[in-house]
Ligand binder design. Structure first.
Ligand SMILES: [Zn+2]
Length: 70
């Protein structure tokens, strides 16, 4: 579970991608790729982690505001 020994499974390697929001390069870690693969996500991440978090936060804020009305 902790180490990949290459037992015929896809072995993920860190990759460098460019964020569409801030234009910075960021590392898409092997661990993240594995997670994406497990979740069945077909697309590569378009944003770096801070931008993803910021986007999530904005989304959460909007929903929190909407949800405050009962
Ligand atoms: Zn970014």
């Amino acid at each position: 579970m902790s180490e990949q020994q290459g037992q015929g499974q896809a072995v993920f390697q860190d990759r460098v991608l460019r964020c569409v929001d801030c234009g910075q390069e960021f590392t898409w870690s092997a661990q993240d790729q594995e997670y994406f693969h497990e979740q069945g996500f077909a697309n590569e991440p378009k944003r770096c982690l801070p931008c993803r978090r910021a986007k999530k936060q904005r989304y959460a804020d909007v929903h929190a505001r909407k949800g405050s009305k009962k």
